[in-house]
Write a protein that binds this ligand. Structure first.
Ligand code: ADP
Ligand code: MG
Length: 368
């Protein structure tokens, strides 16, 4: 059993249990992202894998070895934190080589390995500087270099890009992804940023309140969220939600709301009993402007538009009576930047029934 295996992991502080009975199997070579809101227990879980905190219950194995009782330096892992935690008085060269020196590696070998890592991270020209003479992005590279040089089986990253500005974060995402492809090592990466999770992960673990909500490939987490929490946490602008009951519009399944009917053309499965309560979820890009009104369309009134460059998000209000004001729930749709849309002029829309999500309003669990 290579990779990292968490078995019934529990972590409590006093009487407060943060993580309870958590099972997770991470395959060797995965880029696994732990994603969730602040305070949901991501760092607690990562620190448990690193061995920085003792478990309250359960066990952890790394590359087939039970490490539950082992110290961090015996676990074959290296960790990179949000705060770079560099030694301020040491040069970049000595910061990167520090762990090897502690291990008693020969001087010439340290020099060679530090050189290789610096080359990989493109910081060779910075080797003789002190951390205080580096930008935030450069310091983060040094922190990553310090982990790389140890050649562990597993890299643990805790929000490593949070201190960087948006442009640099986007660049570093690409670099980390390249690095992962090049090294082929297991990465476990904590973030609250769904874009980081979507762009880098081979699998995303969405967490809330210490529990795993969904664990799957990014496109599945995005396209088929397991429950209402995942659906609303992943995706920006967020998924639209409409409360209603199952019904029909012509030959199509539909959601009936207090204000009118929302047809779901393309959804061919027979789901739910007529009249059964349902929460309809659909993303802004799963609605299109329709040519004309018919039994497959729903009418909405544009309230406000938000251009993003290539396309535009339009905030609308459901408006089956075509009042130009709207009465029903608000929805956000994505349209081309040059779409002909005028404020307060009702337009027909068509939902793509094959891509919508249906949730049980009671439990929040996915139904389709
Ligand atoms: P995240 O990394 O997802 O933001 P954390 O794992 O840091 O969340 O924290 C999860 C929960 O555990 C929070 O409610 C936090 O207050 C609590 N917690 C973290 N560390 C301690 C500690 N040393 N003592 C008590 N509670 C803690
Ligand atoms: Mg944290």
């Amino acid at each position: 059993m290579r990779g990292v295996h968490l078995n019934r992991v529990r972590k409590s502080y006093g009487s407060v249990t943060i993580i309870d009975q958590l099972d997770l199997a991470i395959e060797e070579g995965e880029f696994l992202v732990l994603l969730g809101p602040s305070g949901c227990g991501k760092s607690t879980l990562l620190n448990a894998i690193a061995g920085l905190e003792p478990l309250s219950g359960g066990s952890i194995s790394i590359q087939g070895r039970d490490v539950t009782a082992l110290e961090p330096d015996q676990r074959d892992i290296a960790m990179v934190f949000q705060s770079y935690a560099l030694y301020p008085t040491l040069s970049v060269r000595r910061n990167i080589g520090f762990a090897l020196k502690m291990r008693g590696t020969a001087k010439a070998d340290i020099e060679r390995k530090v050189g290789e890592v610096a080359d990989l991270l493109q910081i060779t020209h910075l080797l003789d500087r002190k951390p205080g003479q580096l930008s935030g992005g450069q310091q983060q590279r040094v922190a990553i270099g310090r982990a790389l040089v140890r050649e562990p089986s597993v890299f643990l990253f805790d929000e490593p890009l949070s201190n960087l500005d948006a442009k640099l974060r986007a660049d570093m995402r690409i670099e980390l992804k390249k690095l992962h492809e090049r090294l082929g090592r297991t990465i476990i990466y904590v973030t609250h940023d769904q874009i980081e999770a979507m762009t880098m992960a081979t699998r995303i673990v969405v967490m809330n309140q210490g529990r795993i909500q969904q664990c799957d490939r990014p496109e599945v987490v995005y396209g088929r969220p397991a429950n209402r929490f995942v659906a609303s946490f992943v995706g920006a602008p967020t998924m639209n939600f409409v409360e209603g009951r199952f019904g029909r519009a012509g030959d199509h399944l539909a959601v009936l709301t207090a204000e009118g009917v929302i047809p779901l053309p393309g959804l061919d499965v027979a789901l739910g009993q007529a009249g059964q309560p349902v929460t309809l979820g659909f993303r802004p890009e799963h609605v299109a402007l329709a040519e004309a009104e018919d039994v497959t369309t729903v009418t909405a009134t544009p309230l406000m538009s938000e251009p993003t460059g290539p396309d535009m998000y339009v905030l609308m209000r459901f408006d089956p009576a075509r009042t130009g004001v709207g009465v029903g729930p608000e929805l956000t749709i994505r349209v081309p930047a040059d779409a002909a849309i005028a404020r307060h002029q009702p337009v027909p829309l068509r939902l793509d029934g094959r891509r919508i999500s249906l949730f049980d309003p009671q439990t929040g669990q996915r139904m389709n």
